[in-house]
Design a protein around this ligand. Sequence first.
Ligand code: LLP
Length: 469
Amino acid sequence: MSRSAHPAGPRHADVLAELHPLNPPTDPGAIDPSIWPASVNRVEGVLRIGGRSVTELTAEHGSPVFLLDEDDLRGRARSYAQAFANADVFYAGKAFLCTAVARWIADEGLGLDVCSGGELAVASAAGFPPERIAMHGNNKSSIELRRALEAGVGLIILDSFDEIDRLATLADSLGRQQDVLVRVTVGVEAHTHEFIATAHEDQKFGFSLRGGVAADAVRRVLASPALRLAGLHSHIGSQIFDLDGFQVAAARLVDFAVALRDEHGIEVERLDLGGGLGIAYVAGDDPHSPKEIGERLLDIVARASRAAGLNVPRIAVEPGRAIVGPSTMTVYEIGTVKSIELDGGARRLYVSVDGGMSDNIRTALYDADYTCTLANRTSTAEPVVARVVGKHCESGDIVVRDTWLPADTRPGDLLAIAATGAYCHSMASNYNHVPRPAVVAVQDGVATVIVRRETEDDLLRLDPGSGRQ
Ligand code: LLP
């Protein structure tokens, strides 16, 4: 996903992928503050987070474990709230959600984007203010829509004609008028450093601007007394560094708002530009700060709206990864180490850890890159080309495809992987009946389990034949 292009080092060009950071690290134990959670440092070789050492934390909470720096997460949430002071920030719970995170997000003044009944249930269990919840999803069931209405969520983002009809009927039957956004497919697709402004629209989300589909959706909403059009929504991609894609999307939404004013005499109150703001996973990744993003996006919409003679709508963004991703690291224990000879005689160290694609599917699924380091000690041994793999029965079970680790890396060592807060625990599975790790929040020397580790017993209880119900 966030592949940085660096020239291949001469010795290892045959071993490592062409597009990858290849130069051996000058200090393999160094902690790059732009990649690791803010409180991570090393004392006498041992990594610490939130004032606790990872050796203590894994002794108490087991391995693998997600260690979350609460101050880091709250700080990022606060920075977004400040950068979008006269706008709305909805934290995208799909990146990672539990009641503790929902409460911190509420405390920091943000809204919450939920995209399923399950995420809504977590928000409700946390007592998240329902009027600050925005409900997404391309296939919300009638039950989910009813729960959203009954909970009193602030916004429902409409994604299909079926849903418009379904929600209108349900809201009417409950005697409610629901604020909605219409999700518009603006024909922009953005990832990391590029965006495509004429992205094909062969995908499941939203109503296309092409062919007047989005205009039809708005007509349908305006014709439904139980729905109130509160604005428009667009989401253009994920792990985006280049803000130009948002500029094109915003310009297209503003053009659409002009067409709606001309046709219906209405002003669009809100423009939600979605999520997708990128974070640093490896050296060289250079995301914009929330402040820069806020200034740029607010300016883009203000200028485009004024130029079109529209009232400037209230902006919203929905960052998930950018708030939770960098706050967390995964710590694994190394179980086996193999040095494999490759064609041409070069070698690669295969380092197997006690988790893998069940707690981080992103490398297998998206070719994602991660940064890792020995967590229980530093080493003066020569760095060698290494691959961090999991314990699952599948050769694609890779956590870090290409990295450097000290040649003396051995079973029993702890390995930390940075920036695993987003889409790792939330996309975790029980593949091979491996229980999902705990998430432990650390702050000022105090560690709190915010998602407990799953046990084999939890899994057996799902199996009526196990006799464990
Ligand atoms: N809003 C909407 C409507 C979305 O669909 C998403 C993400 C977000 C906000 C939050 O995006 P973020 O700021 O976290 O990038 N599993 C993939 C990412 C999928 C994102 C899906 N939608 C990954 O691990 O990279």
